[in-house]
Design a binder for this molecule. Structure first.
Ligand SMILES: C[S@@+](CC[C@H](N)C(=O)[O-])C[C@H]1O[C@@H](n2cnc3c(N)ncnc32)[C@H](O)[C@@H]1O
Length: 285
């Protein structure tokens, strides 16, 4: 055609090389099934064969049902076999992976949770516990103390796999997985993965008059990595500062400037990083 310009397109210079296969044969973040079906996926993705793996709340070993344990150096302990997860018989920084699945809920009363792993079943914590904490706080305390001990025995870059479930306690939502993540970030553990396990069956409750919260039918495997202090700076994580730290920062600014944090001037609050709240919001989009 007359007057039509020819444009010579040069191939773009790039160092990127397309490699690998297209597949959907992947490990996914949510499964409907049982722990013994999901745990092998978590392990396969995050823990190389031959690793020293300590399951410190081994129980009946359900997690390991479908796994060739000869492929790992498995050290299975439990309170029932005389090893408290808060005082492990290992030296510092010598373990590749710790698996931690303590009792994950307090006794809610009634019969609805009869088959769950009650905290009180092990500690009778309504008065005679190892800790002054009660109910959900006692459940969290064991998660936190056990995680501190796991941190001690883990090698740098070692993996901590935690099983947990959220609960409603005293009519309040306790998002246990969030509470654990927030606390463990402070210890120097970084979250590297999160798996949701949805139950096959429908859990019920006894004597319900009016349902006010969704009945929980899912739990989590959380995967953390022990990071070195130099690579771990919680304050610099892009908008992932744990909420309570953000709140502390906000309130200290509030105290020093005498500006109400809920007033419009909050948008000019400067974070410890030196960036303003508006900077942070715009960069995160
Ligand atoms: C939810 S069950 C673990 C089930 C296990 N993952 C399995 O596959 O069979 C909780 C376990 O934590 C153990 N446990 C409770 N408190 C503990 C503690 N302080 N130290 C070690 N184990 C503890 C209990 O004896 C129980 O076996």
């Amino acid at each position: 055609m007359a007057n039509q310009k020819t444009v010579n397109l040069k191939p773009k210079k790039t160092n990127r090389v397309a490699r690998g296969l297209s597949t959907n044969e992947l490990v996914f973040s949510a499964y409907q099934g049982t722990n013994d079906e999901v745990f092998p996926q978590v392990l396969a993705l995050h823990v190389p064969k031959g690793s020293i793996v300590c399951d410190v709340t081994y129980g009946k070993g359900v997690f390991w049902k479908g796994i060739d344990t000869a492929a790992y150096e498995l050290r299975a302990t439990d309170l029932t076999t005389g090893v408290d997860c808060r005082r492990l018989p290992y030296g510092d920084s010598m373990i590749d992976c710790v698996v931690f699945d303590p009792p994950y809920m307090h006794t809610p009363g009634g019969t609805a949770h009869q088959n769950h792993q009650h905290y009180e079943h092990y500690y009778n914590n309504n008065g005679t516990s190892h800790t002054s904490k009660k109910y959900h706080e006692a459940v969290l305390d064991l998660y936190f103390e056990g995680s501190k001990e796991a941190f001690r025995v883990l090698k740098p870059n070692g993996i901590l796999i935690i099983k947990c479930q959220d609960e409603v306690c005293a009519n309040k939502q306790r998002l246990t997985h969030v509470e654990i993540i927030n606390e463990l970030l402070q210890m120097g553990l970084a979250v590297v993965d999160l798996f949701v396990v949805v139950r096959n069956n429908k859990p019920g409750v006894s004597r319900v008059l009016k349902q006010v919260h969704a009945r929980k039918n899912h739990s989590y495997f959380l995967v953390f990595r022990k990071v070195t202090p130099s690579s771990y700076r919680v304050q610099k994580r892009n908008d992932q500062m744990p909420l309570h730290l953000a709140e502390e920062t906000r309130h200290s600014v509030y105290r020093s400037s005498r500006v109400r944090p809920d007033s419009k001037s909050v948008s000019t609050v400067r974070y410890a990083s030196g960036k303003s709240a508006t900077d942070r919001a715009s960069k995160s989009r």
